[in-house]
Design a protein around this ligand. Structure first.
Ligand SMILES: [Zn+2]
Ligand SMILES: [Zn+2]
Length: 220
């Protein structure tokens, strides 16, 4: 592993601003994402046209936007894969030599203290006074700043993984018209019901309608 950073973020303020514009707001989650992406850039580099990087993300929260922005691994390109584990953890894999690093939040790194927790709950429930709201904003700002200035080690555990294999992504599929709504639908997503090829939405609707029909029949 390359030298770990002992000081805060090296991402330039104007880039941070662009990330905030992309995400829509600044928040502690986004700051955590910036710091995770920095590890990716150092360990496996950005995803470029001649160097493909794949990110496995174990969360779908704010942080992922910073990772998409900085690494170039995006949902649309198919090199950002969501594993719904509910963890602020990411694995970055460079295809050319299979170098893979997993970056996971250190226990306690997200420890926000009791005041933050209480205020956050009151704000969420809409019960905060104006003063409490202001105090919460202040703590939140401090927290974002603390994340951006922390050493990498305080925030994340970084481990190199051996033998992570990512199957080549077959992303081009034919589309066929759905027998229900007529919309072109990726062949691999179409399901058949009574001889009709249906898109997932029409398939679900047809199944629900059938269930309802039998429910009324058995009641009668
Ligand atoms: Zn956010
Ligand atoms: Zn349909």
């Amino acid at each position: 592993m390359d030298q770990r950073k002992e000081e805060g973020t090296e991402i330039a303020p104007e880039i941070v601003e662009e990330i905030v514009r992309f995400h829509g707001h600044m928040c502690p989650g986004l700051a955590m994402g910036i710091r995770a992406a920095e590890v990716a850039l150092r360990e496996v580099g950005p995803c470029s046209s001649d160097e493909e990087v794949v990110t496995l993300t174990e969360t779908n929260m704010c942080a992922v936007d910073a990772i998409q922005y900085l690494t170039g691994c995006t949902f649309g390109k198919g090199n950002l894969i969501h594993l719904d584990y509910g963890k602020n953890a990411y694995t970055f894999i460079r295809r050319s030599d299979d170098k893979a690093v997993r970056v996971s939040t250190r226990p306690g790194a997200f420890n926000r203290g009791p005041e933050y927790g209480e205020l956050s709950a009151r704000v969420r429930e809409g019960n905060a006074t104006q003063e409490e709201q202001a105090r919460f904003e202040e703590l939140r700002e401090d927290r974002i700043e603390a994340i951006l200035q922390a050493s990498e080690e305080e925030l994340y555990t970084v481990e190199e993984l051996e033998g992570v294999e990512i199957s080549p992504m077959a992303r081009i599929h034919n589309s066929v018209p759905c027998a229900g709504c007529g919309e072109p639908t990726m062949e691999t997503r179409v399901q058949e019901l009574e001889g009709r090829k249906l898109c997932p939405a029409c398939f679900e609707a047809a199944l629900a309608a059938k269930a309802k029909y039998w429910e009324t029949r058995t009641k009668a």
